[in-house]
Design a protein around this ligand. Structure first.
Ligand code: NAG
Ligand code: NAG
Ligand code: NAG
Ligand code: NAG
Ligand code: NAG
Ligand code: NAG
Length: 424
């Protein structure tokens, strides 16, 4: 049997995946959609979030850890520098503290601890173009045995900071009470509706997802005029992670292998979120789920005061928009109302089109090795960070299997789409 096999095999072309040119079989070329350009390379720190300004400035954040800064701006195609200054990025030695032996993140609301997400709002009659910086206040710190712990938040540390892109100065900072941001909350992404009449304060609102791995995921809503914040849909089934969800990355079933912990699966709740171009709907989903949900913003904006049914009405108004073909990481949206979802299992970006109620592929490419955060810019391009997250040491028994550089890729939006500018 073996001899026969060898005889047949030598008569065949020697086809490998690396050189499929000799095959007569149909192959999956791994790509789809408009051309994908390589815009920036990360040679130093691995990124998480990004946002591109109206003039093409590229802002990036990095969670900490041991990185020397957490908020940066690209200075050229291969390097970034701390932003707005090195001083406003707390030094690694000051990221955390402990109380009765329990580790807590810094409570410093004047400098950045561990920034997870960025979003730029356009200039309005009453506000400069603003880089909004979402600081979780929860660094992940390694102990002497290399076990990584994400510190609990101290009030003041988790914050939303507004930086004017006209003068590169912080002009607004919002912290959260412990009843809104729990010690194990994790603010993962943010969107804005700047219309004056959207809330009591007359200065717009921020919608923030709490993806808490350990605790109670949901939404945090912040009135940018009054500074009030409140929660909605905490622990609603639509914001919970799917338990023991095993995705496939690069053709391998993925289990989380962390130093000092049992073999596990990803646990991330409500993670991706996008506000519709008319401001009426929030689309969202947990990271470890294949299902897309939506809820009217009216239900997130409703306050409990004088309205004891606000939370029940919000829960009742959640819509399940069905499966989308895989787990999704971050979201974005464009002026045509398309809801983009980063699909790490497929090296792809998909979009949900509310007009035909279906999910479609936007771009797919073998270089999209874990898309983590995207930014639709005013130049009509979709920018996406690539950070090889499944190869990070925290998920691989402490061994760093990533290969530098990380990257920002971009592709032209379909149908002449651009950044959502209407909500001002
Ligand atoms: C790869 O295959 C897709 C169909 O899956 C096709 O649309 C695309 O044009 C192909 N790309 C190349 C470079 O052949
Ligand atoms: C990019 O900036 C870095 C840091 O300032 C510098 O070391 C490097 O030479 C620059 N690269 C190019 C191509 O200008
Ligand atoms: C911790 O990880 C580093 C590499 O990142 C390695 O050099 C060191 O030996 C590890 N320490 C322990 C106690 O395993
Ligand atoms: C920067 O601009 C903001 C918003 O317009 C303003 O409030 C602040 O005073 C300015 N800061 C500096 C240092 O110019
Ligand atoms: C709020 O203002 C917008 C214009 O920014 C307007 O279209 C809308 O009708 C107003 N909504 C209410 C409830 O007044
Ligand atoms: C949906 O929310 C509205 C308030 O925006 C509320 O009046 C309505 O009762 C809710 N629907 C359900 C089925 O609870």
């Amino acid at each position: 049997m073996l001899a026969l096999f060898c005889l047949v095999a030598t008569a065949l072309a020697q086809i490998t995946f690396q050189d499929a040119s000799g095959t007569s079989l149909r192959t999956d070329n791994g790509s789809y959609g408009p051309p994908l350009e390589e815009i920036h390379y990360y040679w130093d720190q691995w990124p998480i979030g990004l946002s591109v300004s109206s003039t093409g400035r590229l802002f990036v954040c990095y969670t900490r850890g041991d990185y020397s800064y957490t908020l940066g701006e690209a200075v050229n195609k291969t390097a970034e520098k701390p932003y707005p200054s090195a001083e406003l990025n707390l030094p690694v030695s000051q990221l955390g503290t402990s109380f009765n032996g329990i580790p807590f993140g810094s409570s410093d609301s004047t400098a950045f601890i561990s920034v997870q997400a960025l979003y730029i709002t356009p200039e309005t009659p009453t506000r400069d173009e603003t880089l909004w910086v979402l600081d979780t206040g929860r660094p992940s710190i390694k102990d002497s045995k290399n076990k990584s712990t994400t510190y609990y938040a101290s009030p003041g540390g988790p914050k939303l900071v507004g930086i004017s892109l006209r003068n590169d100065s912080i002009y607004e900072t919002f912290a959260f009470p412990a009843s809104v941001h729990y010690p194990d909350s994790y603010m993962n992404d943010l969107r804005f509706d700047m219309r004056a009449n959207i809330s009591a304060g007359g200065r717009g609102v921020a919608y923030i997802v709490d993806s808490s791995d350990e605790g109670r995921p949901g939404f945090i809503i912040l009135d940018l005029g009054t500074g009030d914040s409140w929660r909605r849909l905490t622990q609603h089934p639509s914001v919970l992670r799917v338990e023991r969800d095993v995705p496939s990355y690069f053709g391998h079933a993925f289990y989380q292998r962390s130093v000092g912990s049992p073999i596990s699966t990803l646990k991330e709740g409500n993670d991706g979120m996008q506000l519709s171009a008319d401001g009426a709907t929030i689309y969202y989903s947990p990271l470890t789920s294949d299902v897309l949900y939506s809820v009217p913003t009216a239900n997130l904006l409703a306050r409990d005061t004088g309205n004891p049914l606000a939370e029940l009405a919000a829960a009742n108004n959640v819509s399940c928009l069905g499966q989308r073909g895989g787990n999704a990481n971050g979201f974005e949206g464009d002026s045509n109302g398309l809801v983009y979802m980063l699909m790490p299992e497929h090296n792809a970006v998909y979009y949900y089109d509310p007009a035909d109620l279906q999910t479609h592929t936007f771009i797919r490419d073998p270089r999209i090795m874990w898309p983590d955060s995207a930014s639709v810019a005013e130049d009509g391009y979709f920018y996406v960070n690539i950070n090889q997250l499944p190869f990070q040491p925290q998920w691989n028994d402490g061994v760093d299997l990533r290969v530098k550089p990380g990257a920002v890729l971009r592709a032209k939006l379909p149908r002449g789409g651009s950044k959502i500018r209407g909500l001002v």
